[in-house]
Ligand binder design. Structure first.
Ligand code: AMP
Length: 184
């Protein structure tokens, strides 16, 4: 699959279960082997580091975007195919989003959720129709799915919101969904 870029939002930590790092590694490797480009936050820490190193080892094209002030904290990974430094967090999100065809969210924390909710609300407003897929490793995002359903049940979101999100428990499942979006 050529000319298809996947933006992956990843935790800047490993999490307690080694399964998360393994999933990040396998997804990075799978994206590269499928000939897709990895777009991500350009860090060399946590799941970000695992996915990027795996994609590089498999000969993949990597595009990282990091704001200046996080270069030290998140260990900016300068050896990517393309490495972009932005001034702000907002620019980082914009550049990542503009350069991708699909979005995947790995397990992560508040930062990953911030990125996820931005692209989800843009989709809700009809600003794009890029697929948004949760990497639900070991059911990590089950509580997020419950929260979104709770919002719909209580009348604070339209039921269509739930249709904007897909999920898969394994890297293979994510890759199968991405393949379904292969551009003509
Ligand atoms: P976390 O999921 O909290 O580990 O964070 C994952 C990534 O999201 C890290 O690279 C954070 O720097 C990044 N992040 C956090 N908040 C924002 C934001 N407002 N805009 C862009 N990236 C962010």
């Amino acid at each position: 699959m050529r000319d298809f870029s996947v933006c992956v939002f990843c935790g800047a930590r490993d999490g307690v279960d080694p399964l998360y790092a393994k999933a990040a590694h396998d997804l990075g490797q799978g994206i590269a082997e499928a000939g897709m480009r990895l777009v991500y936050g350009a860090g060399d820490v946590g799941l970000m580091g695992h996915i990027a190193r795996a994609a590089q080892e498999a000969g993949g094209d990597t595009f990282g975007v990091i704001p200046t002030h996080l270069m030290d904290r998140e260990v900016g990974k300068r050896d990517l195919t393309r490495f972009v430094i932005t001034e702000t967090m907002h620019e980082r999100k914009k550049v990542m989003f503009m350069n991708c065809d699909a979005v995947v969210m790995m397990p992560g924390g508040a930062g990953s959720l911030d990125e996820f909710f931005e692209v989800l609300t843009w989709r809700q407003l009809g600003l794009h129709d890029k697929p948004i897929i949760l990497m639900n490793t070991a059911g990590y995002w089950d509580r997020l799915a419950d929260l979104l359903q709770h919002m719909v049940t209580n009348g604070f979101a339209d039921a269509s919101l739930l249709g904007f999100i897909e999920s898969a428990e394994t890297p293979a499942g994510i890759l199968a969904r991405l393949s379904a979006y292969r551009p003509a």
